[in-house]
Design a protein around this ligand. Sequence first.
Ligand SMILES: [Zn+2]
Length: 74
Amino acid sequence: MLRLLVLLALVGAAVALLRTVLRPRRRADAAAPVRVLACEHCGVFVPDPDVVRADGHVYCSEAHRQAARVKRDA
Ligand SMILES: [Zn+2]
């Protein structure tokens, strides 16, 4: 009888260990926020990796970078 109890305890411990090891983990980068920046010409918000940068300014597109330059030079 004691052997059966020890065996059941070992099986229970093994199952608990396996459930801990096999539990799916959340990906750390799945919820990572993406920074958004405002276009200095039109004000639309653009994800940081997609902005067009020029001379320390950020724009939503190449067209707005050029438009801002024309406006600045005028
Ligand atoms: Zn823009």
